[in-house]
Design a binder for this molecule. Structure first.
Ligand code: 6GU
Length: 228
């Protein structure tokens, strides 16, 4: 999978070289390319934004600068992801879908967002004919300063689903058995007693059916006590 992130703060993406993602890139499973939006400006001040037509607070990012940046990376079959708090909520199902993509382009907006003609332009027939799809995505109901951190959350969730990227494929298999896509029951490891607290004896029973049933009931209890 090829990932291109376009941003005015390329340094935000440094952590993607660490750990499993760094290894996946070294192994050729993945290439993550970060691009400085300002490199596409032609004025001396490297302007990326301007006041909104119609008035109102904040600044809007320039369609022309974004268009040049996207044109410089986009390939047939790409998913162009525009990060915005107004987007579709990112979840495990969308992560699964995007883990099969050829190219993911993350357009990281700042300020009041990107001129909407960028979304409209890349949604037109000529791009559909090239199997290019535009999606506006949000990672949750809160407002961030920009799309950089949101895109890193998405990159981590998506790339760990690519075969060979995750260290232990068994943990993926176990996740997929689970509706929510995650191990929801409480876990325990050594020692058997810690600060007077014992590991639930059923986990030491060797009765795998009883353990599975206990974990299901604990998962339900845990979700409810967390207000989910
Ligand atoms: Cl994708 N962007 C911004 N600026 N804020 C957000 C978000 C994205 N998702 C949740 N909050």
């Amino acid at each position: 999978m090829r990932i291109d992130a376009i941003t005015i703060f390329p340094d935000y993406f440094a952590p993607l070289q660490l750990s499993l993602l760094g290894k996946a890139q070294d192994g050729g499973l993945l290439s993550i390319n970060v691009h400085d939006l300002r490199s596409q400006t032609s004025d001396t001040h490297h302007t990326v934004d301007d006041a909104p037509y119609g008035g109102g607070a904040g600044m809007v990012m320039l369609a022309d600068v974004w268009g040049r940046a996207i044109d410089s990376v986009i390939e047939d079959g790409a998913d162009l992801i525009i990060l915005t708090p107004a987007g579709r909520r990112f979840n495990q199902e969308l992560a699964q879908e995007l883990s099969g993509a050829r190219q993911l382009i993350f357009a990281c907006g700042r300020y009041e967002g990107i001129d909407d003609r960028v979304r409209i332009h890349y949604s037109q027939d000529e791009y559909i004919a090239r199997n290019i799809r535009v999606r506006e995505v949000s990672i949750g109901d809160y407002v961030l300063g920009g799309g950089e951190v949101a895109s890193m959350v998405m990159i981590e969730a998506i790339t760990r689903l690519i075969p060979g990227v995750l260290g232990n494929p068994l943990s993926l298999a176990e996740e997929s058995h689970n509706e929510e896509g995650y191990l929801e029951y409480p876990n325990f490891t050594r020692p058997q007693e810690w600060r007077g607290l014992e590991v639930p004896p059923i986990l030491l029973s060797g009765n795998h059916g009883a353990i599975a049933a206990w974990r299901t009931s604990q998962a339900k209890e845990r979700k409810e006590s967390n207000g989910n």
